[in-house]
Design a protein around this ligand. Structure first.
Ligand SMILES: NC(=O)c1ccc[n+]([C@@H]2O[C@H](COP(=O)([O-])OP(=O)(O)OC[C@H]3O[C@@H](n4cnc5c(N)ncnc54)[C@H](OP(=O)(O)O)[C@@H]3O)[C@@H](O)[C@H]2O)c1
Length: 431
């Protein structure tokens, strides 16, 4: 039964995050009421199967497998979507908004691909769409952009935003593990999924960057326009050379204002020791934001997991409940300028780290230096390691000064094509 001081909630999904949200709503009802001034009532829970065994038992009369029991029920005021995936989640959210229901979602895939359209629809329907949990799990990121940093022109966002890859890179750095062994360890600990390709390939980070860049820069940044390179090309030996040069290796999600355009890219990067992102350990996330008024802000914490993510979801519900109770519209509509373009990666000015395996004979380095010179890429540091006994080859590591990425890529291609170069084994950017 709906009472005037209650918020009727329809929950879609009762998995890792949904279970924690349901637990909080059902077992902390009094304290949630005190904080929001409203009774947060879990009215219905949609799942695929009633027979799945679950970490948290919800009263059976609340459970349904029929989406209409939530989307078509006029007494449900807010839909909390914790099912994941693009469809049918996107359609459910659209339907809920069109039925004048508020929405809270943790779905990064839907928000990255369709966020601007859904937020515009929410504005038209005069309801709220909250998505704090879609980026950075429990870290208060979206509300920080929406409220605390709203006075700023955001200049730059640099983030370690995928806990799985950060854990994997950390194990490769600390123990000299190869990528496969480090991924297996992450899977055994529950930090990586059975199919880790979204994380390892950088796509998860690209979805999150697309959301942050869209709201940070007021642009429509689709994940397809985020240059995305995963950590598949990083080898254990690179961590040794990086350390020698004064760096750690991280998967970086980076967006920055570039005149009337913005840069948005995800790739592995050498981060100098002393930079706050170099010190982000294990499966933690950290987001470094620069605004013209505030200067530099660093937000750090648990970027995933049922409980931290439920913290963001229930926080969104409390904020919604308080604004409904006070009958004020506290929401600030995000705006998205469709004309702001993303700079193509070839035009981005970057620094690079090259690791080449070369024949250990006179003239090799001169030939490599000549290519750098001809492509207009100037060298910042170079290390040559002793020859490997077995095949008479040596490793040669170079870091460059800033140059257009197209010139760095051309240099890489031409060096790989030299007779005396066996292969360019690693090509990473430097922050
Ligand atoms: N897990 C995290 O650490 C984390 C962190 C940040 C954001 N998120 C986001 O949170 C969302 C949920 O993630 P999760 O890890 O909790 O997922 P999960 O454990 O796989 O749970 C998904 C739940 O949704 C239900 N479901 C899936 N498709 C459905 C459909 N078509 N109709 C009805 N119910 C459906 C499933 O029902 P059954 O139980 O019947 O199969 C299950 O209860 C995702 O968008 C994810 O990206 C997760």
């Amino acid at each position: 039964m709906q009472s005037p001081g209650s918020l009727q909630i329809g929950l879609i999904g009762l998995g890792t995050v949904g279970s924690q949200v349901a637990d909080r709503l059902l077992n902390h009802r009094d304290s949630l009421r005190r904080r929001s001034g409203m009774d947060l009532q879990l009215a219905r829970v949609l799942v695929r199967s009633r027979y799945t065994s679950r970490a948290f038992a919800v009263p059976p009369d609340l459970m349904t497998t029929d989406p209409e029991a939530i989307l078509g029920d006029p007494s449900i005021q807010v839909v909390v979507e914790l099912a994941g995936g693009e469809e049918p989640a996107r359609s459910y959210l659209e339907k809920a908004l069109r039925a004048h229901k508020h929405v809270v979602t943790a779905n990064k895939l839907v928000m990255a691909k369709h966020g601007p359209a859904l937020l515009e629809l929410a504005g038209e329907m005069n309801v709220d769409l909250y998505f704090e949990a879609a980026v950075g799990g429990g870290i208060p990121l979206i509300s920080t952009f929406k409220v605390d940093l709203l006075a700023n022109e955001i200049e730059r966002i640099a983030a370690v935003i995928n806990g799985t890859t950060n854990f994997v890179l950390g194990r490769m750095a600390a123990e000299g593990l190869d990528l496969a062994a480090a991924v297996a360890e992450a899977q055994a600990l529950g930090y990586a999924e059975a199919d880790p390709s979204d994380d390892i390939g950088g796509f998860d980070a690209a979805y999150k960057l697309a959301i942050m860049a869209s709201i940070g820069f007021g642009a429509r940044v689709h994940p397809d326009s985020v240059y995305t390179e995963g950590i598949g090309g990083v080898e254990a030996v690179d961590f040794r050379y990086a350390r020698e040069l004064g760096y750690e290796i991280k998967l970086l999600a980076y967006a920055a204002r570039a005149g009337s355009r913005i840069e948005a890219r995800v790739h592995p990067v050498l981060v100098p020791h002393g930079h706050p992102l170099a010190a982000v350990e294990g499966n933690h996330n950290a987001v470094y934001i620069e605004g013209d008024l505030v200067g530099q802000v660093l937000l750090q914490g648990q970027g995933a997991g049922g409980r931290p993510t439920a913290s963001s979801v229930v926080g969104d519900l409390l904020d919604l409940a308080s604004s409904i109770r006070r009958q004020v519209q506290t929401r600030v509509a995000f705006t998205f300028d469709p004309d702001i373009e993303v700079v193509p990666m070839s035009e981005v000015i970057a620094r690079a780290y090259f690791r080449s395996t070369v024949a250990d004979r006179p003239g090799v380095l001169a030939a490599i230096f000549q290519v750098f010179g001809e492509e207009g890429v100037s060298i910042s540091s170079a290390i040559q390691k002793e020859a490997f006994d077995a095949d008479g080859s040596a490793e040669f590591v170079v870091t460059t000064h800033p140059a257009p990425d197209a010139a760095l890529q051309k240099t890489r291609e031409r060096i790989a094509g030299l007779d005396s170069v066996r292969r360019v084994s690693a090509f990473l950017r430097v922050l």
